[in-house]
Design a protein around this ligand. Structure first.
Ligand code: A2P
Length: 330
């Protein structure tokens, strides 16, 4: 059965990847409406070899639409997703607006596909760093029981949108030319720098991004008490987030057993041959569906426990691909 679809935020970084993923997976679309701010109305984007015109988002945008992928920020989702649902449209929302709402499924199809069944119109796509993290956590939990997770992220500029990519590029050019890099999207220049500040700070010193990793991981894995300590860092990489992860387990798991589990888990690719200098890195993962995991070793601090490293395209699996996979479950 084919359907009528719409992308809200079609001109953005995730919108761009949604167009590619929908075409590459042959998602059965009879039509696709591209929606963005009035600034982009009339712009033309290519989908399946055909030029489509971008329209300004409005209250009537969802008439006759069966499924809409939202990626234009939380405020737009809060205002327009209920209107889309009222018009009979299923919404896959990439913002954080509804993720922790008890009536909204938060889905990573390789991990908790059954959650999608109970939806009431809106399905939430988790935070990009969280999607990458739960892919290896799920099989490790099934095998040995998770007790705690400590993670540091190395998040690419593109996670903050199209303007952030431009800021990293122009800042890199300016720095190399001996000029000052300008910070507008980020709180400081990102070129040749690291910024341990993703999203806003909470009174307890953690950021909202770090809270997303805690609360969304708990909801997706169905482990409401799981301790998850995250430190989220923006790095001068254009595309693909990486994460250093340490897990404490309930039962010991050998490195070989963990590698075997991770190599078979859906959505993951084991890249773990340190002697050959093979391990996950952002550059080779750009544009790839799989999340690479490697550097698997016994934790020296949390026992029994494991430490590993992952890299994955946060615009693909961390956003557009996961959103399309959710709609494929419907
Ligand atoms: P536009 O390009 O017209 O500003 P990114 O995450 O890369 O920054 O992209 C954000 C997306 O959200 C863009 O497609 C952007 O459209 C869209 N957007 C921003 N503000 C609005 C708005 N008020 N109404 C509809 N779409 C919006």
């Amino acid at each position: 059965m084919s359907c009528h679809g719409a992308i809200v935020g079609a001109t953005g970084a995730v919108g761009h990847d949604l167009l590619e993923v929908l075409a590459a997976r042959g998602f059965p679309l009879r039509s696709l409406r591209l929606l963005a701010s009035p600034r982009s109305a009339g712009q033309r984007l290519t989908f399946r070899g055909e030029e489509l015109e971008v329209e300004a988002l409005g209250p009537d945008s969802f008439r006759g639409i069966d499924v809409a992928w939202f990626s234009a920020g939380g405020d737009i989702s809060r205002e327009y997703a209920p209107l889309a649902v009222a018009a009979g449209c299923a919404v896959v929302d990439n913002s954080s607006a509804f993720r922790l709402d008890d009536s909204v499924p938060l889905v990573v199809p390789e991990v908790n596909p059954e959650a999608a069944k109970g939806h009431a119109g809106i399905l939430a796509n988790p935070n990009c760093s969280t999607i990458l993290l739960v892919l290896p956590l799920a099989p490790l939990h099934r095998a040995a029981g998770l007790r705690a997770v400590i993670v540091a992220t190395y998040q690419a500029a593109s996670g903050a949108g199209q303007r952030a990519i431009e800021e990293l590029r122009s800042g890199s050019r300016a720095t190399l030319a001996g000029e000052d890099a300008v910070a507008d999207v980020f709180p400081h220049p990102l070129a040749f720098n690291l910024i341990p500040h993703v999203d806003v700070f909470r009174p307890d010193g953690y950021t909202k991004e770090e809270d997303k990793m805690l609360f969304e991981t708990r909801k997706i894995l169905g482990l409401p008490e799981l301790p998850v300590e995250a430190t989220c860092v923006r790095v001068p990489v254009e595309r693909c987030h990486s994460e250093a992860v340490t897990v404490q387990l309930q039962r010991p798991l050998t490195v070989d057993a963990a590698r075997a589990l991770l190599s078979e888990a859906p959505g993951l690719e084991l890249v773990d041959a340190p002697a050959a200098s093979r391990y996950p890195m952002p550059l080779p993962m750009a544009g790839r569906d799989a999340v690479a995991v490697g550097r698997v070793r016994q934790s020296r601090v949390l026992e029994p426990g494991l430490t590993f490293w992952l890299s994955g395209d946060q615009l693909r699996k961390g956003a557009a691909l996961n959103a399309v996979q959710i709609s494929e479950l419907l």
